[in-house]
Design a protein around this ligand. Structure first.
Ligand code: 13P
Length: 287
């Protein structure tokens, strides 16, 4: 059964570790992440961007697939199905479809409008027992057409949004989606510290988990980050392993063209990446 992310994140914040959000793209992705979470006895959040939602034939298809897998694979660790960077309309669609968690990304609105829309969605989620993530200060880079300038959030605005009753708060601290450029200045820990001082127990979310050095991840967790989003790194690992399989000519040997064989190495690479992240984030055996 899908669960809200509230309990797992409050426990993570109190226990000073982070739960990974891994974005899904298809059946193999979802299966790889769920199996790894179960093997490591870790809570997990499956992220779905609006673009990936469309690709996987809509939110109801995804809810059916994930619930089916939880049953068929005997998954007992807490799993939240979460809309990533949702618009107001898509957050409502996901709530309807049976997601257990949504993110409303109002960071591109003026703070007043962000507050207004976040407030409305908080009320709906509260009534249905779902968790909700809000965002202040846009995350840099591009993800599925959502482009952010990489702002550093204003801690006072973070406090205003946190006080609306959201479950978790994403704040821009110099992080970006996708690969980090050579000249990246790193995370702004002063900002993170100031945000945590003002928002107290609120679990903070670090987007753009791909390519952030392990030491920075650990420091971010020590300053209140309890959820870390990873997407591109699984895609890179999947693509590299699949490329290797094809370049070695394995698809031409025997029944190597069978999708169950063709995609097996890539799927294993996703599992390896998820395992590495769960170990780094400290969520192993925290289910
Ligand atoms: P990366 O693709 O950089 O890992 O970012 C993932 C993310 O933040 C999803 O919201």
């Amino acid at each position: 059964m899908l669960v809200s992310a509230k309990e797992m994140l409050n426990k993570a914040k109190a226990g000073k570790y982070a739960v990974g959000q891994f974005n899904i793209n298809n059946l193999e992705w979802t299966k790889a992440i769920l199996q790894t979470a179960q093997e490591l006895n870790s809570p997990v959040i499956l992220g779905v961007s609006e673009g990936a939602g469309k690709y996987m034939c809509g939110y109801t298809t995804i809810v059916g697939m994930v619930n089916g897998m939880i049953n068929e694979l005997g998954i007992t660790v807490p799993v939240a199905l979460h809309l990533d960077h949702g618009s107001y309309e898509h957050a409502k669609k996901c709530i309807e479809a049976g997601f257990s968690s949504v993110m409303f990304d109002g960071s591109h609105y003026a703070i007043e409008e962000n507050i207004e829309k976040t407030k409305e969605l908080v009320a709906i989620c509260e009534e249905k027992g779902l968790s909700i993530e809000a965002e202040v200060g846009s995350i840099g880079g591009e993800e599925d057409g959502v482009v952010g300038a990489g702002e550093v959030a204003d801690p006072k605005e973070c406090k205003m949004i946190a006080d609306l009753g959201v479950t978790m708060l994403a704040a821009g601290i110099g992080n970006i989606h996708g690969k980090y450029p050579e000249n990246w200045a790193g995370l702004s820990f002063d900002t993170l510290d100031a945000i945590q001082q003002l928002t107290g127990d609120m679990p903070l979310v670090l987007h753009g988990g791909t390519g952030i050095p392990a030491e920075m991840i650990k420091k971010a967790i020590s300053l209140g980050v309890s959820k870390i989003n990873v997407n591109t790194e699984c895609q890179l690992a999947f693509a590299a392993a699949t490329r290797k399989y094809v370049e070695a000519g394995k698809d031409l040997q025997g029944k190597g063209f069978d999708p169950r064989k063709l995609l097996a190495d890539g799927t294993q690479a996703i599992k390896d990446t998820v395992k590495e992240k769960m170990e780094l984030f400290g969520s192993v055996n925290k289910a």
